[in-house]
Write a protein that binds this ligand. Structure first.
Ligand code: A2P
Length: 256
């Protein structure tokens, strides 16, 4: 068996000059847990060029969805941003990752902290009925530079709430908490600042981070991961992994 298969693009959507999403065929043999990532790529000069991408679709979906940044001189995304329906891409055969329910201890409230394309793994997690079986409340935070960059997440949350399959599980458990840092918006500021000021807790009417009740998944840039990890540790939460479930887990969002 090869390390990757060739899959067909089913649809592409561009959100801004920096962001797009696409859906591809899913090989029947591909199994994954919601929140995991997989290698995807293109053949460049006859050689495979692959990068790790979070799977944004849930594990029950017939197709695979990805949410990507466009980097003008990025080796892969400078090419990937031009794909069209009917084109093929390379897909790895072994999804892995730590942003999975199994890497967290049971709890009451699940925070999904994301910036930019870091929302991708959570697009999978919030479409998985098991998430709502395990937690009483699921808080998805998404911080972007510009308002238009929130569109993917905003529409996703609306669709999840209305979904005939997942909607019943979601009920009123899913809370969407967007913020913007470089444009005017209803809520402005980095998630770290909103936590430090206590604004997120006030606005949601929940107590501050607490290892007794709260679990956290974090996905964004290296700096964002570090800063959010510090907040979790200061609150007394310990990092988990597949081998040793804990109270928070982190993973870097794809960029390049
Ligand atoms: P800011 O505009 O203040 O840099 P990026 O595209 O650079 O990954 O940023 C995406 C979003 O994440 C932006 O809103 C950015 O805010 C925010 N961000 C960047 N670095 C951090 C950090 N260390 N902690 C929290 N949020 C961050």
């Amino acid at each position: 068996m090869g390390a990757f298969s060739e899959e067909t693009i089913k649809s592409v959507r561009h959100y801004t000059d920096r962001l797009f999403s696409f859906r591809v065929t899913r090989p029947q043999s591909l199994r994954f847990r919601s929140g995991e990532f997989v290698m995807i790529g293109l053949k460049v000069d006859g050689k495979p060029l692959l990068r790790a991408y979070s799977i944004a679709s849930p594990s029950w979906d017939e197709e695979l969805e990805f949410f990507s940044i466009k980097v003008p001189d990025g080796p892969l995304t400078s090419r990937l941003q031009h794909i069209n329906e009917g084109d093929t891409i390379l897909l790895g055969t072994k999804p892995v990752g730590t942003l999975v329910l199994d890497a967290l201890l049971p709890g009451k409230r699940l925070y999904l902290l994301s910036t930019g394309t870091g929302i991708a793994p959570f697009a999978s997690v919030i479409r998985d009925p098991e998430t709502y079986e395990r937690y009483e409340q699921v808080i998805l935070t998404h911080t972007c530079r510009e308002v238009a960059e929130l569109t993917y997440g905003k529409e996703l949350v609306e669709a999840v709430r209305k979904d005939p399959l997942v909607g019943d599980f979601v009920g009123d458990k899913l809370v969407y908490y967007p913020s913007v840092t470089r444009e005017a918006f209803d809520r402005q500021g980095r998630i770290t600042a909103l936590m430090d000021e206590g604004k997120i807790y006030e606005e949601l009417g929940v107590p501050p981070l607490n290892p007794e009740t709260d679990r956290v998944m974090i996905c964004g840039s290296m700096e964002m991961l570090e800063d959010c990890k510090t907040r979790c540790e200061q609150a007394g939460l310990t990092e988990g992994s597949n081998a040793r479930p804990g109270e928070f887990v982190i993973e870097k969002a794809f960029a390049g």
